[in-house]
Write a protein that binds this ligand. Sequence first.
Ligand SMILES: Nc1ncnc2c1ncn2[C@@H]1O[C@H](COP(=O)(O)OP(=O)(O)OP(=O)(O)O)[C@@H](O)[C@H]1O
Length: 240
Amino acid sequence: MSEPLLRLAGVHTHIGRYHILHGVDLSVPEGGVTMLLGRNGAGKTTTLRTVIGHWRTSQGTVRFAGEDITAWPTPRRARAGIADVPESMGIFTDLTVEENMVLAARAGKPEGPRLDAVFKAFPPLRTFWKNPAGNLSGGQKQMLSVARAMIEPRRLILIDEPSKGLAPAIVRSLVEALRALKDTGATILMVEQNFSVARALGDSVAVMDEGRVIHAGPMAELAENREMQERLMGLSLEAH
Ligand SMILES: Nc1ncnc2c1ncn2[C@@H]1O[C@H](COP(=O)(O)OP(=O)(O)OP(=O)(O)O)[C@@H](O)[C@H]1O
C-alpha cells in the first residue's frame, strides 16, 4: 500500500512545561476528508498545530508527501502545500474580501479557474467581494477563511471546527460549501465537534483522547454504530 499523504508516528508535543500529545499515531490518505474527533481537551487542535508546525514535536515523526518534515519550520511546511484554517479564522476584518484573498494568493492576484471554484463553492464571497470582511456573517467569514486556503493549489488543508458558533441553517450551507471543496479532490484533515457535520463530510475518522488516537477507521463504520460512538466519546446525544 502506498504511503499516506500525512503520517504522524509516536508524536509527543509539549506546550511550555505541559505534555499535551502523548504519542499520536495518525494517517491521512490522499484525497477526501479525515475527521479528528474527541472530547474537549483531547488534543485535536494541538495535533493540527503540530502538523502546521506552530508547536514543535518533542518526540516522534511527522511525514508529509514522502518527506520527514518533523524539523521543518511552519513557512517551509506551508510552501510544501499544507494550508491552515485555524479556529480563529485568521482573516483581516478591516480589509475587503478581495484584499483578504489577494494576501492569501502568493502568486499575486487571485483569478482564473481557482477563483471560479471559490465562487462556485462560496457564492456570497462574490456578492461581497468589495465589502469589508468584518461585515460578513459568521458563516461567510468561515467561507472566506476556507477560501483563503483553496485559492492556491494545496496538498493538505487543515480545518479547525468550522461549524463552531454557527446557526444550524448556516452550518448547512457551510457543509455544502465544504463538500464542494472536497469534490475538487482536496485532502482535508478537519477537527469537528458537531457529529452530524463530521458524518456528512468525513471519509475516515480518528478519535482522540488524552493526547492519543484511540480509534481510527472509516467514518461510515463509526456513524452506523451507536455503541462505538458512546464508548469512544459519548457522541450519541449529538448525533441527530
Ligand atoms: N497554549 C497552551 N498552554 C497550555 N496548555 C494548553 C495550551 N493549548 C492547549 N493546552 C492544553 O492542551 C490540552 C489539549 O488542548 P487542545 O486545544 O488540543 O484540545 P482539543 O481536543 O482541541 O479541545 P477542544 O475541543 O476543547 O478545542 C488541553 O488540556 C489544553 O488545556
